[in-house]
Design a protein around this ligand. Sequence first.
Ligand code: BGC
Length: 403
Amino acid sequence: MNKKVISALLAASMMTTMLAGCASGGSDNAAATDASTTAATEAAADTESTDAAPADSTGKTVGISMPTKSLERWNRDGSYLQKQFEDKGYKVELTYSDNKSAQQNNDIEGLIADNVDLLVVAAIDGEALSQVLDEAKDAGIPVISYDRLIMNTDAISYYVSFDNYTVGQLQGQFVADQLDLENQDGPFNIEFTAGDPADNNAGFFFNGAVDVLQPYIDAGKLVVPSGQTKFDQVATAQWDTATAMKRFQNILGSYYSDGTQLDVALCSNDSTALGVTQAIESDYAGSNQVLITGQDGDEANLKNIVDGKQTMTVYKAVANEAVVTLDLATAMLNGETPDATLIDKSGWDFDCSYDTTSYDNGTGIIPSYLLVPTVVTKDNLDDALVTPGYYTKDSDGYLHPVG
Ligand code: BGC
């Protein structure tokens, strides 16, 4: 594993203890993630720096606006980003906005008022930041759209994310492979659960999965007993676990209480998969193991994978997403106009592509750095997550994130 990523991972776990003190944003800030003391100890010994260290970072401040601490991954994103930037001599202002769009607007306004030199923003509602980001533009503050594309503003210069469509394709292909849909007629019953309509990623995930599975639906090999196949019918506001659970309980009560077997619950991410798993545990009459997909590698979901309750997750190494963001921001602040060459110059030891066709935010294509997601199942948990240093494993076989 890249030493600078290890450094980010280990040291980020230290940062989690400091998050509450660094962030602003009301109730959302109360819930800092647990630190790994082992990793924190090791972190102190690791002082490797990135290749693209700027000469003039000292004194510059980066404003980081994260959506919420209530969805696990953003805690990791915030601490990795903070650690990466601080290690290079930047000051960091990190805010979490409690999944409230109005609060995120206020938090970003505060960062602008504090004269940050660059903004990194993961939007709660991708459509709701145009005005405040116009203010950033007027103040000459460049903006990186982090993980979620911010729509309808030309104030953002770059987008850093994973290949979101591929995430969905991996989920769909996993289902096709597990059920051997090329050779089996089924029919197998499937239900879909997608993400937050306010999150531009959610459609990419859903479309990626559906594009793989639609031919099997058309062929009658896959059947959707609820008939809910459109994004708007299966979306989950704010990716909320309880919302996903309630909708799925209704589906089970309405379409499966007569003994109909549910074979697959295609869930776009882990927070929704958690709710669907809870609904299946409480309200499903069948005794078969339902194939359940997810995304992120949230701790509770990895436990469910170990326990055989969730079948897979798509893991996205957000520690690497933070590394890309740092090197991109550094180049921007050094007055460069980053392009595909940033990838070679930075010497990352993980895959990343430079995409200038896929992400149009309504004002034109936003140049994007896209990292590569990985399928994780019970069979490759160690190789994919523990060996690279992203998670530790306890004596019961459960995984805990580092950072
Ligand atoms: C992220 C996912 C995450 C979801 C909910 C999406 O924008 O890309 O990784 O599961 O938000 O937090």
